[in-house]
Design a protein around this ligand. Structure first.
Ligand code: NAP
Ligand code: FE
Length: 366
């Protein structure tokens, strides 16, 4: 038995928002825009969206305060602004950070008696409709209900509710051209990680998920190097954007594995980009899974021939050059935390605190 479910409407192409401006009328009457500090302006998306909103006479408020690894404090601030301005839909422009933040802001803004901790109790709260406009090609957040936030202690935690599935996603590859090279690489490796981790969980059971995973992995394998040699090439950027979005559809069905859980402290406490943190963990954790179930790994990483080929690919994009100073106390704290992550339920093989302590020791530089 398998089930495919994606409530998000996807519209993709050049100038896709301007060409579908009328769609915004069916979503709401007063827009709350959520962006990072500068990239939404730099890539041209914010200007185009504002022009469309003005043309439709839809009032708006721009909240451009979202930082990388968005914090509870920023979400609660955004939620208060949304309520105070009487907005009734959210437009998120940016990488995973603004997109994830927008989902949480939409819930908190709609339910102003709640705070961020209430997002993790398992209850389903209503949210205002969310439109996502990705400017990175990686997280897939444009088509998932997931929102990964950072609490007051610096711990990254994910939540999702049926109401946080985006209502519409507009994909315009032109917005991804301005990504700095390191962001292009890290986000593409995040998408690759979603694609192969998702298929580890799926284990071929959902044929649509398997097809999307193979397509996404194949595109990233074939095209990431070409994109880096032609960073202004919009059709190539479009292929990478498509791969990231379909890898997002994969994890919307499967979730992610210990790879993501083990990478979180590296982003929270060492500033490693999310995709790079996953890439550092990926092969080491997949080798462990392969000890328990080699066929599952062979099938999940296709069209990579084997883990050595995947490892060589990651190395080519600088994964082994990441140098990190990690203290013994940090290793102890992180390995305890990672060994308790819910992702482990989806990760076959023998994973305990000792394994993760060894893993963090292997990647530290001194
Ligand atoms: P990001 O944190 O959103 O952005 C990284 C950097 O890239 C920021 O400095 C941003 O600038 C800049 N940037 C983004 N787009 C740009 C563009 N087109 N041109 C120039 N600069 C650009 O990066 P991300 O990797 O996409 O998102 C990572 C977050 O997503 C993490 O918090 C991670 O945990 C989460 N995540 C979520 C899911 C999910 O399913 N929801 C899955 C995986 C990861 P600005 O700050 O100015 O915008
Ligand atoms: Fe991710």
């Amino acid at each position: 038995m398998w089930k495919y479910f994606l409530p998000t409407k996807i519209f993709a192409g050049i100038e896709i928002i301007t060409k579908n401006a009328e769609l915004l009328r069916e979503v709401g009457t007063n827009a709350f825009l959520v962006t990072g500090k500068s990239s939404a302006k730099k890539c041209g998306a914010l200007d185009e969206v504002l022009t469309v909103l003005r043309g439709l006479d839809i009032p708006y408020f721009v909240f451009d305060k979202v930082e990388e690894n968005p914090s509870f404090a920023t979400i609660e601030k955004g939620g208060r602004k949304l309520s105070a301005n009487g907005c009734d839909f959210v437009i998120a422009i940016g990488g995973g950070s603004p997109l994830d933040a927008a989902k949480a802001i939409s819930v908190i803004g709609r339910n102003s008696e709640y705070n961020c901790r209430d997002l993790y109790t398992g209850q389903h709260l209503p949210a205002f409709p969310i439109i996502t406009i990705p400017t990175t090609s990686g997280t897939g957040s444009e088509v998932t209900p997931y929102s990964i936030l950072t609490d007051g202690e610096g711990t990254k935690k994910g939540f999702d509710m049926p109401s946080t599935f985006p209502y519409i996603s507009f994909l315009d590859p032109r917005y991804t051209v301005t990504m700095p090279t390191d962001v292009t690489v890290a986000t593409a490796l995040d998408a690759l990680s979603h694609s192969v981790e998702g298929e580890v969980v799926n284990k071929g059971k959902n044929p649509l998920v398997r097809t999307l995973s193979r397509e996404a992995t194949g595109i990233i394998k074939d095209l990431l190097g070409k994109v880096l040699m032609n960073e202004d090439n919009v059709p190539l950027r479009g292929q990478l954007q498509y791969a990231a979005t379909i890898a997002g559809i994969v994890i919307a069905h499967t979730g992610t594995t210990a790879v993501h859980a083990a990478g979180y402290p590296l982003s929270s406490f060492k500033g490693v980009k999310h995709g790079m943190a996953n890439a550092l963990m990926l092969v080491k954790i997949f080798r462990r899974i392969a000890e328990a179930d080699p066929e599952r790994i062979a099938s999940a990483i296709a069209p990579f021939e084997d883990l050595d080929e995947l490892n060589a690919f990651l190395k080519k994009f600088g994964v082994e050059r990441v140098a990190l100073r990690i203290s013994d106390e940090e290793i102890e704290k992180w390995s305890k935390q990672t060994a308790k992550a819910s992702h482990l339920k989806k990760t076959p093989g023998n994973f305990d605190e000792q394994f993760f302590a060894e893993l963090y020791r292997e990647i530290k530089s001194d």
